[in-house]
Write a new protein. Structure first.
Length: 142
């Protein structure tokens, strides 16, 4: 009979130990939640200025800044540049868009547009100067 009461004592001791461990874990968890709440703030409680720092906005291409050239659509992000390119004659637009946006060489542009390479080079440089005057940029100084 003694062994049975000894085993029962061990079971009660183990049971008390498990309850104590669970109580301490629960207390630690609640303390951690209180610590987090004291250091963190809900996004809904942030002022509008702080929320603006975390915001990300998708910018979609506007149709007025899209140019169709040889079956490719070229988008220009800068509205001032897009307006200046749109004001150019079609032949000069093609050369600028192919060279600077589609990264074609003068030789490739000449072959695609059935022109002489020297004409492409002249048209590109003269159009670039014209664009600089319109926009008022000084890209050569950089």
């Amino acid at each position: 009979m003694k062994s049975q009461s000894h085993e029962e004592h061990i079971r009660h001791t183990f049971d008390a130990f498990c309850k104590k461990v669970l109580r301490n874990e629960a207390r630690d968890y609640l303390d951690e939640i209180v610590r987090k709440r004291s250091r963190e703030i809900s996004l809904s409680e942030l002022p509008a200025e702080a929320m603006a720092q975390f915001a990300a906005y998708d910018r979609y291409f506007a149709e007025d800044s899209a140019f169709d050239i040889l079956g490719c659509t070229v988008y220009v992000d800068n509205p001032e540049l897009a307006q200046a390119i749109a004001a150019l004659p079609k032949d000069k637009q093609e050369v600028i868009l192919l060279f600077y946006f589609l990264e074609m060489s003068d030789y490739e542009i000449a072959r695609r547009l059935n022109m002489i390479r020297r004409s492409v080079t002249y048209r590109r440089t003269s159009t670039l100067k014209l664009l600089k005057e319109w926009i008022g940029g000084n890209a050569d100084e950089k």
